[in-house]
Design a binder for this molecule. Structure first.
Ligand code: KG4
Ligand code: ZN
Length: 367
């Protein structure tokens, strides 16, 4: 492994959606400190409002970076590399986070590396803290990754760092988006996933027969819009009246069961396509869902695969995963100079940026 001691501590920033996050990692990937601020101003509006999120990042990020440095008992001068998510995500937040990290890097005459948000989710299960939480020493490539978040739902074969083969993805909503929309229909507030999971505990998962879109098809694509529409039809007869609590809980539990079944069916297909993998990992906010997690774990184990899921706090957006993805790349010996890498709202993994190796890693700043 490449010695990273001269390239760390590394400070990472994540602002691609509504979480403002900063983390500092050492050369082994140990978390020296981290801070995260989940913006709650969107709850009253029932979803993330991009402009509000961007303004909040702008306000929260500088004190959050200071707090993280303080927690690590470090100063900006101690940081040797800066990283930030540069896509995909909400463009306002990406501009704020990546510009701030680039500004810090330039002021300190240190390099900056731009990180793909999806890649950071996929690599998180390899983080030492995630591995030790699962009593695991290593997660070698190739492995199968199911990414299930608010904006993304994909099934990928991770063959190496930067080598990802997409086996399938959603043709309409992302899994987390479906959770959020159904939770909104049931008046459960926002973000919907955790609220719906808690409420579903009161319900019967077999009370309603809901569709499992694309079930039985021999691919790894996902579709949730038919399921969402089926839930809307169940709710329709109540009109403006409140849905009786038990009925609402039964709908929530039946919906959650349907999502878990869909995920399991897709995983079965994926394992037929890439039987060579020894491990299955899940990532993204929906991987925090206990039913989804246990269903997928059961499926992986039936196929003789190791199942790994990062601790809940590393499943949802955070900056540790950004720092870890940066370290994974630096370990390969690449020394990117991404100061002029623009933030991208859409950034497919297949369009991984070419690395530029440069002696003069920080451009001259002229007055
Ligand atoms: O990965 P993430 O934090 O952000 C994105 O990149 O989108 O995922 C957030 C998504 C939201 O849609 C949220 O409702 C969902 O993950 N989520 C959950 C749970 N926790 C978060 N969905 C189901 N059950 C949960 N426990
Ligand atoms: Zn995410």
């Amino acid at each position: 492994m490449n010695d990273l001691s001269t390239l760390t501590p590394l400070l990472a920033i994540e602002t691609s959606c509504d979480d403002t996050a900063c983390a500092i990692l050492d050369s082994q990937g140990a978390i020296l400190a981290q801070s995260i601020w989940s913006q709650d101003s969107h709850a009253a509006l029932g979803g993330v409002v991009p402009e509000i999120a961007a303004r909040a990042h702008l306000e929260l990020l500088p004190p959050l970076v200071d707090l993280t440095l303080e927690r690590a008992q470090l100063t900006l001068e101690d940081i040797r590399y800066f990283a930030a998510t540069t896509g995909p995500g909400l463009i306002g937040g990406l501009i704020v986070g990546s510009s701030y990290a680039k500004g810090l890097a330039m002021a300190q005459k240190k390099p900056f590396i731009g990180i793909n948000h999806i890649e950071s989710h996929i690599l998180t299960p390899r983080l030492p803290a995630a591995l030790s939480a699962q009593n695991c020493d290593d997660l070698p490539f190739p492995y199968l990754a199911l990414l299930m978040s608010g904006g993304h739902c994909q099934c990928l074969l991770a063959e190496g760092i930067g080598a990802y083969r997409r086996l399938g993805g959603t043709i309409d909503d992302a899994a987390g988006e479906a959770f959020d929309k159904v939770a909104k229909m049931l008046g459960l507030g926002w973000p919907g996933g955790p609220a719906l999971e808690a409420f579903a505990q009161e319900g019967n998962p077999h009370a309603y027969t809901l569709p499992r879109p694309l079930r039985g098809r021999p691919n790894c694509d996902f579709s949730f819009s038919g399921l969402k529409t089926a839930v809307a039809r169940l709710i329709e007869p109540y009109g403006h009246q409140a849905i009786p609590r038990q009925d609402a809980a039964d709908i929530a539990a039946s919906f959650q069961q349907a999502v878990a079944d869909i995920m399991e069916d897709r995983l079965e297909n994926a394992l037929k396509l890439v039987p060579q993998v020894s491990s299955v990992v899940v990532a993204g906010g929906v991987a925090a869902n206990k039913l989804v997690r246990s269903t997928l774990a059961g499926c992986a184990e039936r196929h003789g695969k190791i199942f790994l899921a990062p601790p809940l706090s590393l499943c949802t957006d955070n900056a540790v995963m950004v720092g870890w993805a940066a370290l994974e790349r630096l370990k390969l010996g690449e020394r990117p100079c991404d100061i002029d890498l623009p933030p991208r709202p859409r950034w497919p993994l297949s369009e991984r940026q070419a690395f530029r190796v440069s002696e003069n890693i920080v451009p001259e700043v002229t007055a």
